[in-house]
Design a protein around this ligand. Sequence first.
Ligand code: FAD
Length: 336
Amino acid sequence: MTSDLDTLIVGAGIAGLTAAAELRAQGQRVLVVEKSHGLGGRAATRRRDGLRIDHGAQYVTVRDPRLQARVDGWLTNGDVAVWSHGVPSWDAAGGWRAPAADAHPRYVAPEGMSALAKLLGAGVPVEREARATAVRADGDGWSVGLADGSGRRSRSLILTPPVPQTLELLAGVALAEDDRAALASVRYAPSFAVMAGYPDVTLPDWPAIQLREHPVLSWIANDAGKRRRDPAAPASAVLVLHATAVYARARFDDPLDAVGDAMLAAAAEVVPWAGAPAWRDVHRWRYALAETPLPEPVRVLAPGLVAAGDGFGGARVEGAFVSGLAAAEAVSDPLG
Ligand SMILES: Cc1cc2nc3c(=O)[nH]c(=O)nc-3n(C[C@H](O)[C@H](O)[C@H](O)COP(=O)(O)OP(=O)(O)OC[C@H]3O[C@@H](n4cnc5c(N)ncnc54)[C@H](O)[C@@H]3O)c2cc1C
């Protein structure tokens, strides 16, 4: 068992990579273990036939000055771009509505939203396809068992999966009752994402459509409009559809194909050509958005044991970033 780590971080999403990079910059020996092959977690980008498609987080909004400073640097380098200042909305009764005039910028990454995680976690060592299966107290530190039967030991441990998954990892740790109850109170809305390609349709002139009071869809994004392109070459449309939480809960276990058909039919009510793509992929998100995050940016469960991620503080990408910074602070060595 490896035992020379200062901090082990479970999860290479926005929160985990932010925390890891911060601690590494302070001189800590850190390691991130990530169950998937890719980085970014729900800041997710799928590659398909040379395309990049954001099927998780769609854009970032910023209020925290520390995130704004990062975004400003990324803007300068072209790693992010301002996508829109608000998006139009649609509802069956009132039709289309323009975005509010003072809507704040929505930032996107032309290379796909997972690029943000890579920027935040630059230089951080990550073991991919390494699923943590259990956590236990181990002397003055913590041990994490991995699915391949190996384990990692560290002085401090930061857990950044969606909170229900963090609670599963903590099944063998004696938590204070109020901590366990607080973690158990964090719920997430599920969703489905449909990614659909329309080679014969040119790019729509809207960035996305927010659907209001719709029984199936909450969002239709003009995903190809986020990518860098040669202005002389006509680009074809790629849409990303997101299901409402109510619809996703009702149909969560249904076959993905049937869900995809229903979501595309719903999109065609708003965008008539959307119902007949040349190709489509469907993704099921068990934990999409934190609905009841805890107000604090992290929860310190025991000395050196911290739960973090978008289930804490402000939720969303920005909340995950702020939580990652707070997690690093919680396990940083005050003596430097
Ligand atoms: C459909 C959808 C749309 C969204 N839209 C937006 C948006 O427009 N704007 C916005 O700001 N936010 C949006 N979000 C939310 C945003 O993506 C998340 O809030 C944010 O990315 C969460 O980051 P995180 O690091 O807290 O968690 P995650 O991204 O979930 O990262 C946790 C990581 O832990 C890994 N992991 C889990 N369990 C284990 C384990 N046992 N062992 C090892 N690794 C493990 C996961 O694979 C994952 O990589 C959206 C999310 C979804 C799904």
